[in-house]
Design a protein around this ligand. Structure first.
Ligand code: AP5
Length: 202
C-alpha cells in the first residue's frame, strides 16, 4: 500500500507513520527527517533548506519533489511506503500523482491547543532522531534507544510553531479537500492516546 499521512505540525504524523510502517513492513518516509539529515550533513540542499525550516516556512516545492522522487525509486519502496509530511502543497500533490499511485490518505485531526502542548513538550534525540514528550520522560535527558542527548528542535519554539500552523492552514490544509475529492481521505481523530489512535488507523 502507498499511504500518505496528512495533518498539522505536531499532530502525530511521525509517531503514527513509524508505527504503521513497522506493522505493515514498509518504509516511513519523512521529508522533515530527510531535510534535517541534509542539514546535519551540511550538504548544499541542507544549507539551502535550513533557514526555511528554522523559520517554520516550507522548503521550495522543486527541492522537496526532487528528493521524494529519488527516494521512491529505491528498492525498499517496491511493496509500498508511508509518506510523512509530503505532499504539503497542491503542486507537490500533483507532482506525486505523476510519480506513483496513492491508495489512502490518513488525515490526523487535533485542535491547536493539543498541538501546541505536544510540540513545546517534544524532545528529540540529537543522535538518532527518536521522539519523546516531556510528560513521559520523568526527568530523563538521554535517549532510551541510543543514550544520545535529548534536545528541543529549533522550530519547536512557541513563536515558530505558531508560524508553522499558519503556513499549514494556508498551504497544506487545501490538500484535505483535494484528496477528499478523489475519494482517498480518511479522517482520524488523534487525541485518544497513541495506542488507541494507532488501532483506529489500522
Ligand atoms: P516535519 O518534520 O515534517 O514537521 P511537521 O509536519 O511540522 O511535523 P512534526 O514532525 O512537527 O510533527 P508530527 O506530526 O510528525 O508529530 P510527532 O509524531 O513528532 O517538517 C519540518 C520542516 O521541514 C517543515 O516546517 C518544513 O520547513 C520542512 N518540510 C518538511 N516536509 C516538507 C515538504 N513536503 N515541503 C516543504 N517543506 C517541508 O508528535 C509530536 C509530539 O506529540 C511528540 O512529542 C509525540 O510523542 C507526541 N504525540 C504524538 N501523538 C500523540 C498522541 N496521540 N497522544 C499524545 N502525544 C502524542
Amino acid at each position: 500500500m502507498n499511504i500518505i499521512f496528512l495533518g498539522p505540525p505536531g499532530v502525530g504524523k511521525g509517531t503514527h507513520a513509524k508505527l504503521l510502517g513497522e506493522t505493515l513492513g514498509i518504509p516511513q518516509i519523512s521529508t522533515g527527517d530527510m531535510l534535517r539529515a541534509h542539514i546535519k550533513g551540511q550538504t548544499a540542499l541542507g544549507k539551502a533548506a535550513k533557514h526555511h525550516i528554522d523559520a517554520g516556512e516550507l522548503v521550495p516545492d522543486e527541492v522537496v519533489i526532487g528528493m521524494v522522487r529519488e527516494r521512491l525509486a529505491e528498492a525498499d519502496c517496491e511493496n509500498g511506503f508511508i509518506l510523512d509530511g509530503f505532499p504539503r502543497t497542491i503542486p507537490q500533490a500533483e507532482a506525486l500523482g505523476t510519480i506513483t499511485q496513492i491508495d489512502a490518505v490518513i488525515n490526523l485531526v487535533a485542535g491547536n491547543e493539543v498541538i501546541l502542548s505536544r510540540l513545546t513538550g517534544r524532545r528529540v534525540c540529537k543522535d538518532c532522531g527518536a521522539t519523546y514528550h516531556i510528560s513521559r520522560l520523568h526527568g530523563k535527558t538521554t535517549c532510551e534507544a541510543c543514550t544520545g542527548p535529548l534536545i528541543q528542535r529549533v522550530d519547536d519554539q512557541e513563536h515558530t510553531i505558531l508560524n508553522r500552523l499558519k503556513v499549514y492552514e494556508a498551504q497544506t490544509a487545501p490538500l484535505i479537500a483535494y484528496y477528499r475529492g478523489i475519494g482517498l481521505l480518511h479522517d482520524i481523530s488523534a487525541v485518544d492516546g497513541i495506542e488507541a489512535d494507532h488501532q483506529q488507523i489500522k
